[in-house]
Write a protein of this length. Structure first.
Length: 181
């Protein structure tokens, strides 16, 4: 490895969960014809360099506005993306759906879908969902809208509970966990 002048860690932002970018710099006198620049970037699995260390990233997706409350909208570890609970009142387009359980469910799952797309994932990667309803009497309307977002026979595990007082007079709150590639 004496050929390389040094390795500079470029950071953990905006890369797949277990990958990091390393920039390897070539000394000018050793520059080779097959390397067009004096440095190259490579992707490496950080677990090879830091065995036993889990990487945890806290993200603010563009799909939902930041919260002033003390929590992260998305936490990504080595294996999963954990999304905080979302209600229709959390984002502008969801306000129009307030009061209609089916519309709220579609709005929230649509926002979750957009968050997952920012992480280069899709709804097929969701492995667990927790649904909180203001009233279990709304289960049928929620279930009908929910069913539109997942492939038949490949729906994630789900827990549905009644939570009488949800943020912003919402009737539905949904949180989920998605497996990384």
């Amino acid at each position: 490895m004496s050929f390389w002048r040094g390795c500079v860690l470029q950071g953990f932002r905006d890369v797949p969960a277990t990958l990091m970018v390393m920039r390897l710099r070539l000394p000018a006198k050793d520059a080779r014809a097959d390397v067009p620049h004096d440095s190259v970037q490579i992707w490496v699995d950080y677990r090879e360099f830091f065995p036993g260390k889990a990487m945890i990233r806290h993200l603010q997706p563009k799909a939902v506005p930041p919260s002033s409350a003390p929590f992260s909208q998305v936490v990504v570890d080595d294996t999963y993306a954990h999304l905080a609970g979302l209600v229709a009142a959390d984002f502008p387009e969801g306000h129009a759906a307030l009061g209609d359980v089916g519309a709220e469910t579609r709005a929230v799952l649509g926002a979750i879908q957009r968050v997952l797309e920012e992480l280069d994932l899709d709804m097929g990667r969701v492995v667990r969902v927790d649904v909180h309803l203001a009233s279990l009497d709304d289960f049928g309307a929620m279930d009908e809208a929910y069913d539109e977002f997942f492939e038949k026979g490949r729906q994630p595990a789900r827990t549905t509970t009644e939570s009488r007082r949800l943020f912003g007079r919402s009737r539905v709150e949904i949180t989920c966990m998605a497996r990384l590639r």
